[in-house]
Design a protein around this ligand. Structure first.
Ligand code: UTP
Length: 297
C-alpha cells in the first residue's frame, strides 16, 4: 500500500547572491511577493497538498524565517488593542499553518547537500522538497498531482516545465520518454545547467520534488558537480539510470502558472502578475499599469 507523504523539506540556506544587498541580512525566500514572503506561499501550497510537517534548511540568516512562522506577542497584542482583527488574522495565520522545524546547513555546499541534512528528520519515507523561490499558483495543484504519481509508481517524481532553449542553461534539463499518462514522462537522464546549445530537451526541472528515502544514500556519495556544489540533479541522474535503486524517476510535465522569484526580473514580473489578480489591490493597480505601459517605448 502507498505511504501518504506528510513531510516536506524547504531548503532556504542559499546565499541569494543575485539579490544582494537585499539578501545580506535575510534569506531570499523572505523577500515579499506583494505582501507575503515567498516562502509563505510555498508552505501554504505544501499544507494544501496534505503536508503537516515542514523542515526548513536554514543558513546564516535563519532568525527572520523562524520569527515569521512563530508567534509575535507584542504585535498581536497591539493589533488586538486596536481591534484590527483582519490584520491580526494575517499575523497569526503564518504561525498556525504547519508544524515547522529548522535545521542549519552549516556551509552552503549546494541544494543536494541541503537536502541531505534532512535525513534524520525524514527517516525512511518518501518526502516532498519545495524550493522557496518557485511559486506555483494556488489554482494549479502540481504537488498534489506529483504525490499521486509517486503513490501509483512508488518512484521519485520531479516537476518539469518547457522552457525556451535560450533559458535551458539556467536549469537542470531532462531526457525523457513517454508513459501511458499524457502529463507523466519517464526521466532517462538529467544534466545540470548544460552549456548553451547542448541541452538534450527543453524540459527543465522546476522546484518541486517527491523523493524516495534512498536519495540520501546517493547524495552522501555525490561529489561536488556544477559550480563546485553538491547537486540534487546529479543524485537524481543516478536514480534515473537505475530503476532497481528506488523505482526510477518520473516527471510530471507542468503546464500551469509558475512564478520564479529567484531572478530579479522574474521576481518583479511575479509581483505584478499576482498583484493584478488580487481583489483588494488589483482594481487600483490595473488601470495605472495600463497607463504606465502605454507610456513606455
Ligand atoms: P539557488 O542556486 O537558486 O540559490 O538554489 P542561491 O544559491 O541562494 O541563489 P543565487 O544564485 O546565489 O542568487 C536553489 C535553492 O536551494 C537552496 C536555496 O536557498 C534555494 O531555495 N540552497 C542552495 C540551499 O538551501 N543550500 C545551498 O547550499 C544552496
Amino acid at each position: 500500500m502507498a505511504i501518504r507523504v506528510t513531510k516536506a523539506v524547504i531548503p532556504a540556506a542559499g546565499l541569494g547572491t543575485r539579490f544582494l544587498p537585499a539578501t545580506k541580512a535575510m534569506p531570499k525566500e523572505m523577500l515579499p511577493v506583494v505582501d507575503k514572503p515567498a516562502i509563505q506561499y510555498v508552505v501554504e501550497e505544501a499544507v494544501a497538498a496534505g503536508i503537516v510537517d515542514v523542515l526548513m534548511i536554514t543558513g546564516r540568516n535563519k532568525a527572520t524565517l523562524e520569527n515569521h512562522f512563530d508567534r509575535v506577542g507584542e504585535l498581536e497584542a497591539a493589533l488586538e488593542r486596536k481591534g484590527d482583527i483582519d490584520r491580526l488574522k494575517k499575523v497569526t495565520y503564518s504561525s498556525d499553518l504547519a508544524e515547522v522545524h529548522y535545521l542549519r546547513q552549516g556551509d552552503p555546499l549546494g541544494l543536494g547537500h541541503a537536502v541531505l541534512q534532512a535525513k534524520m528528520h525524514v527517516g525512511v519515507q518518501p518526502f516532498a522538497v519545495l524550493l522557496g523561490d518557485d511559486i506555483i499558483d494556488e489554482r494549479d495543484h502540481l504537488l498534489q498531482r506529483m504525490l499521486n504519481v509517486q503513490a501509483e509508481r512508488n518512484a521519485t517524481v520531479i516537476a518539469l516545465q518547457e522552457v525556451d532553449s535560450s533559458h535551458a542553461h539556467l536549469y537542470g534539463i531532462a531526457t525523457v520518454s513517454p508513459t501511458n499518462e499524457s502529463d507523466v514522462v519517464r526521466v532517462n537522464g538529467l544534466v545540470e545547467k548544460p552549456e548553451p546549445g547542448t541541452e538534450p530537451s527543453n524540459l527543465a526541472v522546476i522546484g518541486r520534488y517527491v523523493l524516495q528515502p534512498q536519495v540520501f544514500e546517493v547524495l552522501a556519495s555525490t561529489k561536488p558537480g556544477q559550480g563546485g556544489e553538491i547537486q540534487l540533479t546529479d543524485a537524481l541522474q543516478v536514480l534515473s539510470a537505475d530503476e532497481t535503486i528506488a523505482g526510477g524517476v518520473y516527471g510530471v510535465v507542468f503546464k500551469g502558472r509558475r512564478y520564479d522569484t529567484g531572478d530579479r526580473v522574474d521576481y518583479i514580473k511575479a509581483i505584478v502578475e499576482l498583484a493584478v489578480e488580487r481583489e483588494d489591490i488589483g482594481p487600483e493597480l490595473r488601470p495605472w499599469l495600463k497607463r504606465f505601459a502605454e507610456g513606455l517605448d
